[in-house]
Design a protein around this ligand. Structure first.
Ligand code: G1P
Length: 265
């Protein structure tokens, strides 16, 4: 049973500055919901009980979304839809823990800050730059995890010229979708395939051991991809070519396209 999820939110949003100085990108709207609310819905819809949000002192405003605010609630009591949404987020708040990553040392380091809070054999990791609509991607991963009893990573085929934007995986020859290797943001020449990692992972708790001893990698940061690559030697990791539609919210261009698409469905 997977009951815990980690969502790293401590990144400075440099690709979206100066807007992200005032409003963390995870609180930017996608229609009437924020990106964060969409990701949280994905988690709670599959029965996740506890979520760890990794934030930094610059992103304290994220906490406001979940607080009970009497003045606001009194004002919207007769607007049923909005009131229900506000109450839903207050309820989510009770299942959320905040941990701090105050130095931007990378995604791997953000996950490592949660080490002492994970108490089951596997946990879910969701990256908020990636929204997946039409099908719950975490549910698809969960399905494979139940069958294979191992770590599972969401994958999508990308064009050759895009490989340097993603973590890229290579597969074992004999077992379908079993990952043999992975590399973070490779050049076209060093790429293992055109299968890119998209931000949904079910990971074994053993990853923390590998993260603890992981050297800095791509961009001078501790990369989760490098730690998983080390773990692969002792733990099975399978890929999941998910069926939902992927929306890249990690750049301004991607965000604008995603916003338009999200509002057209
Ligand atoms: C992260 C991961 C990368 C993955 C990508 C998906 O990179 O490190 O392996 O392919 O998310 O969005 P980032 O977007 O944080 O640079």
């Amino acid at each position: 049973m997977i009951t815990q999820a980690i969502i790293p939110l401590a990144g400075l949003g440099t690709r979206m500055l100066p807007l992200t100085k005032a409003v963390p990108k995870e609180l930017w709207p996608m229609g009437s919901k924020s990106i964060l609310e969409i990701i949280l819905d994905e988690c709670f819809d599959i029965g996740i009980k506890n979520i760890i949000l990794v934030i930094s002192s610059e992103k304290e405003t994220i906490k406001e979304l979940f607080k009970f605010k009497k003045k606001i609630n009194n004002k919207i009591k007769n607007k049923a839809d909005i009131f229900a949404r506000v109450k839903k987020l207050e309820k989510y708040g009770k299942k959320i823990k905040f941990v701090y990553q105050n130095k931007p040392k990378g995604l791997g380091d953000a996950v490592l800050t949660c080490k002492n809070l994970i108490n089951k054999s596997h946990f879910l990791l969701l990256l908020p730059d990636d929204i997946i609509v039409k099908k719950n991607c975490s549910k698809e991963l969960l399905h494979i995890h139940k069958k294979r009893k191992c770590s599972v990573i969401a994958l999508r085929n990308v064009k050759k010229k895009q490989v340097s934007r993603y973590g890229i995986v290579g597969f074992e020859k004999k077992i379908r979708m079993k990952i043999s290797k992975m590399v973070e943001k490779p050049s076209i020449k060093k790429s293992l395939s055109n299968s890119a990692i998209i931000g949904r992972y079910i990971l074994s708790k053993k990853i923390f051991k590998f993260l603890s001893s992981q050297n800095k990698g791509s961009l001078g940061e501790v990369q989760i991809t490098d730690a998983i690559n080390a773990m692969i030697k002792v733990e099975k990791v399978f890929g999941c070519k998910f069926k939902g539609k992927y929306l890249d919210c990690g750049t301004i261009d991607g965000y604008i396209k995603s916003f338009k698409y999200y509002n057209s469905i």
